[in-house]
Design a protein around this ligand. Structure first.
Ligand code: XMP
Length: 331
């Protein structure tokens, strides 16, 4: 609509004023907020913006490819795709404690990111996808452009010593729905703009216990099936009700891999394989959530597809716990 175009024009003008001729860097995750900021800032200053995509290997199936496709192929942005998969795999070997996993992944993420910023050279500004609710949530105060911390939903990561960036946060007055609208107006694909929340530490906190390549492979495949089936379920509800936030639509849904095995039978053979936990919740803000009352046929199809299509899995269970007392994620 022309109002969105008007807002974009105004933001573009503001960003140009603020940036001048300086270089800007942005940590692109493929999430809604960072993607929209990338598209907006790129429209304003073009190749003065470099996006750095740190691939820690624990993203969902198809995600790195989508980031490449949208930002490199479609938008032609300077995009640095950092393949940190092996570095992370080594770092996480033997680590089982959830908080330790989170800490290691977060700390390493910013180390990798700032290393890349150094390589680009003369970068003075950092663009971030901070949105209005983030500011309210963290009670963050603006400090005249020089902020001491980086937004990260659950972890506040300080800049390394001696590192300074002027921040540019063009979405800091927007709500999530407005950010999505902005994204569509900027030409981002719907599947990116409607992406569900995904934790920074990624699949690592959906693998209970040690993260291994074998477990990662199982979880990626099972998770892709859960998302495919529940995307389709949400889409059917949307077509019936015309409402994306229909009461029975799932808000977040994914697979979890626990650190146990169970006995099963295939043909005449005993199996001793892994279970997959399906988590699907209804929520508006993630502060509270309820397990989604999915139709049995939907749950049944997810289950049979996972045991048929994913090697090493012989059982599927559904998590029927609200938040509180559980959390949405398992770690
Ligand atoms: P919990 O598990 O605390 O999750 O009920 C609430 C929401 O936050 C997401 N989540 C994260 N998001 N970085 C993020 O950006 C994180 O480290 C993180 N951990 C959890 C979770 O997916 C849910 O939507």
């Amino acid at each position: 609509s022309w109002t969105m175009e008007g807002i974009i024009d105004q933001k573009v003008e503001e960003i140009r004023q603020q940036v001048g001729s300086r270089k800007v860097i942005l940590a692109l995750s493929g999430g809604v907020d960072s993607s929209v900021v990338a598209a907006l800032v790129h429209r304003a200053i073009g190749d003065q913006l470099t996006c750095v995509f740190v691939n820690h290997g624990m993203l969902r199936k198809g995600e790195p490819e989508m980031v490449e496709e949208v930002f490199r192929e479609q938008f032609h942005m300077p995009l640095v795709h950092v393949h940190a998969e092996e570095r992370y795999a080594k770092m996480l070997a033997g680590v089982t404690d959830p908080e330790k996993k989170r800490r290691l992944i977060g700390t390493e993420f910013w180390k990798v990111f700032f290393d890349e910023a150094q390589k680009i050279g003369d970068v003075e500004m950092l663009a971030q996808g901070t949105i209005y609710p983030d500011i309210i949530e963290s009670g963050a105060r603006k400090t005249g452009g020089k902020a001491a911390t980086i937004k990260s939903h659950h972890n506040l990561i300080p800049f390394p010593e001696g590192v300074h960036f002027d921040l540019i946060e063009p979405l800091d007055h927007f709500f999530k729905d407005e950010v999505r609208e902005l994204g569509i107006a900027l030409g981002l694909p719907a599947k990116m703009v409607w992406r569900q929340p995904f934790p920074g530490p990624g699949l690592a906190i959906r693998i209970i216990g040690e993260v291994t390549p074998e477990k990662l492979a199982i979880l990626k495949d099972a998770d892709a099936i859960v998302r495919e089936e529940l995307d389709a379920y949400n889409q059917r509800l949307f077509e019936e009700t015309g409402d994306r936030n229909s009461e029975h639509a799932c808000w977040q849904y994914f697979a979890v891999l626990p650190d146990i095995r169970s006995v099963g039978v295939m043909g005449d053979e005993r199996t001793y394989r892994r279970p997959i936990i399906v988590r699907a919740v209804e929520s508006t803000d993630a502060m509270t959530a309820d397990w989604a009352k999915l139709p049995y046929d939907v749950i049944g199809r997810i289950s049979s597809r996972i045991v048929d299509e994913v090697d090493g899995v012989n059982r599927v269970v559904y998590d029927v716990t609200p938040k509180p007392p559980a959390t949405i994620e398992w770690e």
